[in-house]
Design a protein around this ligand. Structure first.
Ligand code: ZN
Length: 386
């Protein structure tokens, strides 16, 4: 085990690497933006195909190929990008989206491979692999990006990889139990969860059905399987609040909501819920006993479609029209939630949960002083939609 959890690369070294000059004095950074007020989208996927040698890959068949093309068109990316340097184009567009939005930072998520429970990687399963270094490098280079790493706890090197990612400033660990074949309740993973708890690294776990990534084991969508990491002391964020994705999926929302009373470190994110399939429980997330446990995420690049929110009477026609017209998908997603009644707190709450290590924190604050973080080119608080 490491003696410290602080990143190996300090803020001053990062600053020098990026800017080529020494950083301003410590005093200059102390008057900077309070980290607790950073507006964060904590659920954004990095996507790549390994074109430039990252080791990642993308494998799209049938429905997933069609879906990927739809997303690329929606986002205004060049149509042939899926076969070109996808990582570079994607990261550049994403940075522009963040800078032109009312967000200060996003958590950019790596994507682990499928493994068997004994730790054997299954290259024949899954549609995507985004190595941790892709998001760690991007987070080093841009204060707008925070690194969400992804590690299958059955990997033989899982604890070493966890320590390596902690050293490099990971802010959370993301997994999709039903797609990556991870049973969080498997007793063999106890040490892994304990190490995450010791390091203050939260777990963002997919819960509920899924249709953008192939399912390996549907049973693992159940939030009740997250009891073990919670008992080990890990802060757990159940992605999508365990709502169902397709009409035939089981809906675990009530199970998740019941667990909130038992586990004070359990949260839920409202990512991918401005959609045709998941918006049904969005208003339930505003209930007074639930709202304090909600954090904001978009699930970018999943399309933001508020049509059913309007059809179901969750937002007015004029709010729908105004929000749906916003070209920036990160901002569009937030404006729908704001129109429904979510307060700004839902997107600053993650600052109290993420492992915003000292180095990254100071670096982000230094970035803010130089105008990298706020104010942005576009919205200050976003257009006020009601
Ligand atoms: Zn997601």
């Amino acid at each position: 085990m490491r003696s410290t959890d602080s990143p190996a690369v300090g803020a001053a070294a990062l600053w020098r690497r990026v800017h080529g000059t020494p950083r301003h004095s410590e005093a200059a950074t102390t008057r900077l933006r309070d980290m607790r007020s950073l507006r964060i989208d904590m659920h954004v996927h990095m996507v790549g195909n390994g074109f430039a040698g990252s080791g990642g890959w993308l494998r799209l068949n049938g429905w997933h190929h069609w879906l990927a093309r739809f997303m690329v068109r929606q986002l205004g990316f060049p149509p042939d990008v899926i076969h070109g340097d996808l990582e570079r184009v994607y990261a550049r567009h994403l940075l522009e989206f963040v800078r032109a939005s009312s967000f200060d930072a996003i958590v950019l998520l790596a994507h682990e491979r499928v493994h068997d429970p004994d730790g054997k990687p299954r290259e024949d399963l899954g549609s995507m692999y985004v190595p941790n270094d892709v998001v760690l490098d991007l987070a080093d280079a841009h204060p707008e990006f925070l690194a969400g790493v992804s590690i299958h706890p059955a990997r033989a090197d899982a604890l070493d990889e966890l320590d390596r990612c902690l050293d490099r400033g990971a802010v959370l660990m993301k997994c999709l139990p039903n797609c990556q074949n991870i049973d969080p309740s498997d007793r063999r993973y106890r040490r892994f969860w304990e190490r995450m708890a010791e390091a203050g690294l939260p777990l963002l776990a997919h819960t509920g059905g899924e249709h953008t990534v192939p399912i390996v084991n549907a049973r693992l969508a159940d939030p009740k399987l997250l009891r073990l990491p919670l008992e080990c002391g890990v802060t757990v964020i159940a992605a999508h609040c365990a709502t169902k994705s397709g009409p035939l999926d089981p809906d675990y929302f009530d199970d998740w909501a019941a667990m909130l009373a038992e586990f004070p470190k359990l949260y839920g994110d409202i990512s991918a819920m401005v959609s045709l399939n998941r918006c049904a429980h969005l208003r339930d997330c505003l209930r007074p006993e639930i709202e304090p446990r909600i954090v904001h995420g978009s699930d970018f690049p999943v399309p933001v479609l508020g049509h059913r929110m309007w059809l179901d009477g969750l937002v007015s026609w004029s709010s729908f029209r105004q929000a749906q017209r916003i070209p920036n998908p990160l901002e569009r997603d937030w404006q729908f939630k704001k129109a429904l009644g979510f307060s700004g707190e839902v997107r600053t709450r993650a600052t109290g949960l993420l492992r915003l290590a000292d180095g990254k924190r100071r670096y982000s604050e230094a970035g803010a002083a130089h105008g990298y973080v706020v104010p942005r080119l576009g919205y200050a608080e976003g257009p006020h939609i009601r």
